[in-house]
Design a protein around this ligand. Structure first.
Ligand SMILES: Cc1cc2nc3c(=O)[nH]c(=O)nc-3n(C[C@H](O)[C@H](O)[C@H](O)COP(=O)(O)OP(=O)(O)OC[C@H]3O[C@@H](n4cnc5c(N)ncnc54)[C@H](O)[C@@H]3O)c2cc1C
Length: 289
């Protein structure tokens, strides 16, 4: 199929993109890498009358460390973020390796993936795991939306239709923190049937002082497994404690079944993946001095 007719506007700056979104109203949409939007247009699952193309806005093309976070501009490609993260934030680099294939990551933006909000997507889960936020710019100015307030349902976020996500910020882990990432997909590059990302840090006695576990593909939005995190804080992350935490985290999930996997399969996979990523994270931790 071909897309329904639309007007294309090349926005040379973030401000001009925001002004165009305001003029276009609810029928305007941002075009970033187009790796999700263009297929949706072609299938007529989305029928915007105005596409506000932010690719000409060079000011939005950056990945940099800023005040204890990695700041990612709206047009930074997933591959650029992957390259930046390879030496500085391996958890993010590993997660990106699972996003589609290299040609998709060469074009797709990290911010586009974060605000598209596919529940089986890697980057929204990373935003949760790394206590991140999105900076939104709209007709009433700029605001910061914390990851925990962003995801409301499948492909549904608290970003207003008139807002442009100008930047995503992911908090850098403390020194010595360990990480783990794993997912199950039918083929490499497919969206995950279930996935997990973990971050752990230890105090000087070898007890967990920071625990974050984010799960994806197992519900309408990515989630932080609060029960698993609570089960770990203050304890040595030995195999029994990790198994108990993973069970607690998976028990709170309410995945749906579909043609790819049943709800029961997803819940079981989530428990196994949670245990794996927590074990990997514990193995990579260094005790605080
Ligand atoms: C074959 C294939 C396999 C894929 N596999 C995976 C996978 O395994 N995991 C995965 O996570 N993704 C996967 N993707 C999707 C890919 O990661 C997309 O690039 C990403 O989801 C969207 O980023 P984009 O820059 O392409 O956004 P676009 O497609 O341009 O936009 C997507 C949506 O987000 C909105 N949007 C984008 N940027 C902004 C912004 N700055 N402010 C406000 N709204 C914005 C758009 O209006 C649109 O609604 C796959 C895509 C393909 C084609």
């Amino acid at each position: 199929m071909k897309p329904a007719p639309f007007e294309h506007l090349a926005a040379p700056s973030a401000d001009e993109a925001v002004a165009a979104l305001a003029r276009g109203g609810p029928d305007a949409k941002v075009l970033a890498g187009g790796q999700s939007l263009v297929p949706m247009l072609a299938l007529r699952l989305a029928r915007p009358t105005l596409l506000v193309d932010i690719n000409p806005a060079r000011e939005l093309d950056y990945v940099r460390e800023d005040a204890g976070a990695v700041a990612i501009g709206a047009t930074a490609r997933q591959r650029a973020v992957e390259r930046w993260a390879a030496t500085r934030l391996p958890l993010l680099a590993e997660a990106l390796r699972w996003v589609g294939h290299a040609p998709i990551r060469n074009r797709g933006t990290a911010v586009g993936s974060i605000v598209h909000g596919d529940p089986a997507s890697e980057l929204p889960a990373l935003l949760l795991c790394l206590d991140g936020a999105v900076i939104a710019s709209g007709p009433r100015g700029r605001r910061q939306i914390a990851a925990r307030d962003l995801y409301l349902g499948p492909l549904y976020t608290s970003l207003d239709a008139a807002e442009l996500a100008v930047e995503a910020r992911l908090t850098l882990p403390p020194a010595g923190a360990g990480w783990g990432f794993a997912e199950v997909a039918r083929r490499h590059g497919d969206f995950a049937l279930a996935g997990a990302a973990a971050l752990l840090a230890l105090d000087g006695d070898g007890r967990v002082s920071l625990a974050r576990l984010a799960m994806f593909g197992v519900g309408p939005t990515p989630v932080r497994a609060a029960a698993a995190e609570a089960a770990l804080i203050g304890h040595a992350p030995d195999a029994a404690r990790i198994a108990e935490a993973a069970r607690a985290g998976a028990a709170a999930l309410e995945p749906d079944g579909d043609i790819h996997a049943s709800a029961d399969y997803r819940r079981r996979a989530a428990a196994v993946l949670a245990e794996r990523v927590l074990t990997a994270a514990a193995g990579r931790c260094r005790r605080a001095a």
